[in-house]
Design a protein around this ligand. Structure first.
Ligand code: CAA
Ligand code: FAD
Length: 387
């Protein structure tokens, strides 16, 4: 099987138009309120589910839209352009379910992917812990076999959409003497006994997406909810990130595009020294640089998405890990630069909550931190290059 490198086709262009219209109409009007109140964007969730855009990556045989990785990128980009918090609905649904797509039994896929595809529940991903962030393999959460169940004890930290998601992919230690090879992955349900959630973290940005601890206190999880074989959970977790760092790149692109579009509109209207500030070459060069960085990051992201798609179809893509890290790193660094410059282009007004660019700048920051900090991305890239 061979896949075109990454040129978006007619269907991708139509998808972008559809998502942009939906985001402009149903998501953007609530973005400032979602940021102010920190409430989960249920309106966005309902609109995305109604349009079948909340988890487009789920294959048709599990009731999903069966869209490719580039389509998922386009959905996330366009939702993030309007509201970064809302873009974590499709992004985290993908993050939570890729472990199943990669490694779970057919029975587990049938059981859990359908409800997500139908919009009956979201799926989160629980790898990080208070003492194990970048060094994820240092996790302490234990899963001990108890007959036909596993007993889970420990605390996962920073879990996106915790509490609003019905389902969780949870990595836990089944063999403490085996290091990364002693970690296994499980599906945990919100309703499982012994599962509870910490308070919502008070964050700089993406305020509408709850980030909470997930706490396991003698949570009894049926053994048939293990994803893949015992001891393969860390590999599944990292293999997942090879696909989903591309979605964080998409989120960063969307936030940056939103800021660039807003700033371009503004400089054409705002007058100083008797003319629109867009006529000053100093600002024109800033805008040119912003668009150049954005487009470079976009091309890298689309290339990474094409590789992700090919890998999902069983092709051996040796540089997928490099490309997904590079895309996430480049797009998030670009988003931070572009949103900061957008605030600058609006002057004092940009620094206030009366305009959306300060929110976009705050939202952009997280893309340099989660799914592995950009220091870790550089480490991953260097390891690939030097091995
Ligand atoms: N795919 C599959 N397996 C992989 C892999 C990959 N990309 N990379 C490594 N592995 C395997 C290795 O082969 C090794 O297995 P063997 O021992 O059987 O050979 C095992 O995994 C351990 O690999 P390493 O020795 O390289 O692992 P490490 O402990 O040195 O660390 C790391 C690897 C890259 C630093 C990793 O811990 C990492 O990515 N850390 C960042 C954590 C992270 O990204 N967290 C994201 C949380 S999710 C999130 O934030 C959500 C959100 O955005 C919404
Ligand atoms: P640390 O690992 O303590 O890092 C601190 C600093 O040290 C960073 O600058 C880091 O880059 C640097 N550093 C660490 N090691 C090295 C090294 N070897 N070389 C160079 N520099 C290094 N996790 C999940 O599992 N699921 C989620 O849904 C999720 N969502 C998140 C949502 C939010 C809002 C946030 C803030 C985090 C989320 N995370 C999630 C966790 C996220 O992936 C971690 O915060 C991230 O991986 C960094 O871990 P840490 O915060 O422990 O920082």
């Amino acid at each position: 099987m061979s896949f075109p490198l990454y040129a978006p086709g007619e269907e991708h262009a139509m998808l972008r138009e559809t998502v942009r219209a939906l985001a402009d109409d149903k998501i953007a009007p609530h973005a400032a309120t979602v940021d102010e109140t920190g409430e989960f964007p249920w309106d966005a969730y309902k609109a995305l589910v109604a349009a079948d855009l909340h988890a487009v990556h789920i294959p048709e045989q599990y009731g999903g839209a069966g869209a490719d990785a580039l389509a998922a990128v386009i959905v996330i980009e366009e939702v993030a352009r309007a509201c970064a918090s809302s873009s974590l609905i499709p992004a985290v649904n993908k993050l939570g379910t890729v472990p199943l797509l990669l490694s779970a039994s057919e029975e587990l896929k049938q059981r859990y992917l359908g409800p997500v595809a139908r919009g009956e529940g979201m799926f989160s991903y629980a790898l990080s812990e208070p003492e194990a962030g970048s060094d994820a393999a240092a996790m302490k959460t234990r899963a001990v076999r108890d007959g036909d169940h596993y007993m889970l004890n420990g605390t996962k930290m920073w879990i996106t959409n915790a509490g609003v998601s019905e389902f969780y992919t949870v990595m836990a230690v089944t063999d403490p003497d085996a290091g990364a090879r002693g970690i296994s992955a499980f599906v945990v349900e919100k309703a499982d006994e012994g599962v509870s959630f910490g308070a919502k973290e008070k964050k700089l940005g993406i305020k509408g997406s709850p980030t909470r601890q997930v706490i396991f206190d003698n949570a009894r999880i049926p053994a048939d909810r293990m994803i893949g074989e015992e001891g393969t959970g860390f590999k599944t977790a990292l293999a997942t990130l090879d696909h989903t760092r591309v979605t964080i790149a998409a989120q960063a692109l969307g936030i940056a595009q939103g800021a660039l579009d807003y700033a371009i509109g503004y400089v054409k209207e705002r007058k100083q020294f008797g003319k629109p500030i867009a006529e000053f070459q100093g600002l024109q060069f800033m805008i040119a640089d912003m668009a150049m960085k954005l487009e470079a990051a976009r091309q890298l992201t689309y290339a990474a998405a094409a590789k992700s798609e090919a890998a999902m179809h069983g092709e051996k893509i040796a540089d997928l890990t490099f490309f997904s890290s590079a895309a996430k790193c480049a797009a998030s660094d670009a988003a931070m630069d572009i949103t900061t410059d957008a605030v600058q282009l609006l002057g004092g007004y940009g620094y206030t909550r009366d305009y959306p660019v300060e929110r976009m700048m705050r939202d952009a920051k997280i893309t340099q931190i989660y799914e592995g900090t950009n220091q870790i991305q550089r480490m991953v890239m260097a390891r690939q290059l030097l091995k």
